[in-house]
Design a protein. Structure first.
Length: 244
């Protein structure tokens, strides 16, 4: 199901996004931000969309350009992909709810997405533009990434971040202390003072995962194998990463 029509969509994606941006600019709709667009580039089955928390839900259409405060909900059999203007991708699993927090139009490009509930897979294109950054936020953690692929899943009780390539910085807004995880084995850098629940930061390397319980510091990163987490969702994303 998830692989159907995928190759055709990928071939048309670059042309489609380019045309959408031209139309957007010609219509004078926030033209200053058109070079920093987030576009729904792939949609399988139904998803719902609203412009902000007070607006009614409506059907998502492929090619939808997302603005700050926009929200999307995927349904039980939905696969959805967001493409940033540099070609980086955020893929959205079924039964997921997320919000666009901010899309920067400054030199330090920043895409800020809030994962309210569910699961996403982020594949950020490496060294595309100086200052480019994707930030994913949940109720429990802030995840910063560049040149990495990872899976993040959020529930009411916590957030799990599972890294497949590169490194991911998992923190909260007031992080002061740092714990680092090497690709071979974990090790700890002693913080300058006792780490409180209000301030922490963890760097998670490939094939490690970290769990962040609600209102608590994250667990020690744990190593995992591909075989232990493999399913249709993971296989689909790994296949798309190979074509990235």
């Amino acid at each position: 199901m998830w692989k159907s029509e995928r190759m055709v969509h990928r071939c048309l994606l670059t042309v489609g996004v380019f045309c959408l941006l031209l139309i957007w600019k010609s219509g004078n709709v926030n033209a200053a931000s058109a070079d920093h667009a987030i576009v729904v580039s792939y949609l399988e089955n139904r998803a719902l969309y609203r412009v902000d928390a007070d607006a009614p839900w409506q059907e998502v259409q492929k090619g939808l350009i997302l603005f700050p405060k926009n929200e999307i909900k995927t349904l039980s059999e939905t696969l959805l992909q967001l493409t940033l203007d540099d070609g980086s991708e955020v893929r959205v699993a079924p039964n997921t709810h997320f919000r666009i927090n901010n899309v920067s139009d400054t030199e330090e490009e920043r895409f800020d997405i809030g994962l309210i509930l569910g699961k996403v897979w982020a594949k950020f294109r490496k060294n595309v533009r100086l200052g480019a950054k994707l930030v994913l936020r949940t109720n429990h953690a802030t995840i910063g990434v560049k040149g990495t692929s990872y899976e993040a899943s959020a529930t009411d009780s916590g957030t799990r971040v599972r890294v497949f390539t590169g490194k991911v910085d998992v923190s909260n807004a007031t992080a002061q202390a740092t714990q680092e995880t090497a690709a071979v084995a974990p090790y700890e850098i002693a913080p300058p003072h006792e780490v409180s629940r209000a301030e922490w930061q963890v760097i998670v390397a490939a094939f490690y995962e970290v769990y962040v319980p609600a209102e608590q510091v994250p667990s020690q990163p744990q190593q995992f194998t591909l075989e232990s987490v493999q399913n249709d969702w993971v296989d689909w994303n790994l296949e798309q990463d190979q074509q990235f």
